[in-house]
Design a binder for this molecule. Structure first.
Ligand code: PBG
Ligand code: ZN
Length: 326
């Protein structure tokens, strides 16, 4: 091996142009997906305290943000809905007149270049905040599947481009695939939240989506943080059931999982930089403790370098603009 002084690693770091030329990882806003929270009503722009810059939005306001995202070059949006009222089964999730189906139609019309993802879960819609039907004190896996499938078909009918189940019920990808095919949506892709961990990083999201469980937690169906190999079991099951893409979530603290999933499968891998990851960066930046813009880009680079092809991030619009400037 040739060594110093013949070799000097710094030679390829001498200028910004040169560094950029040899960069191993490039961030592309077309691979960013911006999460949006849709509420009933009109002219609603309700700030989410733990997520500075993000709001609960009525459909008319969602359209403004979607246009802005499209103009910045962001690839897509993922929609979460807060219904006018919640019940035991989360029936608002499959209401064709609900906030999400309405927003899908409005976004397709006003920002047609965006890929519109519909998150499929019941926790925003159930009175108890669980991701499925509760029997006794547990979430009934099998009873939940047809309800998730109904919701997926409603979003598909409304014009969603990607269906993304986040509930972590066993068998939901197969149930949703079958229902979509039965409704004529054979060509609509599913991105499964395959390796979704029972994470404390979801705190701010539960404020935003008003989806905190009223009792208990999600540890019986979401993955246990110590487990990495198990993520490959989940991923392979979802692919066998018909998933077209798989997701790892959260992203930053699970980069090892992103890398091992990337190495194990040939489909696109998405990673979700979740609300807590976002909030920590914003909070530190607000205190003047970190350089916000540099940390945003570096946090996304870490996720991309680990192997994520698609990144769901609350920084999508800001990051797209930063990348354009750089
Ligand atoms: C609900 C869902 C959650 C997130 C996306 N879908 C929260 C949860 O499982 O409690 C988290 C996203 C985030 O924190 O940004 N199925
Ligand atoms: Zn849920």
């Amino acid at each position: 091996m040739t060594i110093f002084p013949t070799v000097r690693s710094r030679r390829l770091r001498r200028s910004a142009r040169l560094r950029r030329m040899v960069a191993e990882t490039r961030l592309d806003p077309a691979a960013f997906v911006l999460p949006l929270f849709v509420v009933p009503g009109s002219d609603v722009l309700r700030p989410i305290g733990s997520m500075p810059g993000h709001h609960q939005l009525s459909v008319d306001r969602v359209v403004d943000v979607a246009r802005e995202a499209q103009a910045a070059g962001v690839g897509g949006v993922i929609l979460f809905g807060i219904p006018p009222s919640k019940d035991e089964t989360g029936s608002g999730a499959w209401d064709p007149a609900g906030p999400v189906p309405t927003a899908i139609g409005a976004i397709k019309e006003s920002a047609p270049d965006l890929v519109v993802w519909a998150d499929v879960c019941l926790c925003e819609y159930t009175s108890h905040g669980h991701c499925g039907v509760v029997v006794g004190d547990t979430v009934d896996n099998d009873a939940t599947l047809p309800l998730l499938a109904d919701a997926a078909v409603v979003y598909a009918d409304a014009g969603a481009d990607v269906i993304a189940p986040s509930d972590m019920m066993d068998g939901r990808v197969a149930a949703i695939r079958e229902a979509l095919d039965g409704a004529g949506h054979h060509e609509l892709p599913i991105c499964s939240y395959s390796a979704k961990y029972a994470s404390a990083y979801y705190g701010p999201f539960r404020d935003a989506a008003e989806s905190a469980p009223a009792f208990g937690d999600r540890r019986t169906h979401q993955m246990d943080p110590p487990n990495a190999r198990e993520a490959l079991v989940e991923v392979r099951l979802d692919l066998a059931e018909g998933a077209d893409m798989v997701m790892v979530k959260p992203a930053g603290p699970y980069q090892d999982v992103i890398a091992s999933v990337r190495a194990a499968v040939d489909v696109p891998v998405a990673a979700y930089q979740v609300s807590g990851e976002f909030a920590m960066i914003e909070a530190a930046a607000a205190n003047g403790w970190i350089d916000r813009e540099r940390v945003i880009v570096e946090s996304l680079l870490g996720i991309a370098r680990a192997g994520a092809d698609v990144i769901l991030t609350y920084f999508a619009v800001d990051a797209a603009r930063l990348l354009e400037e750089s």
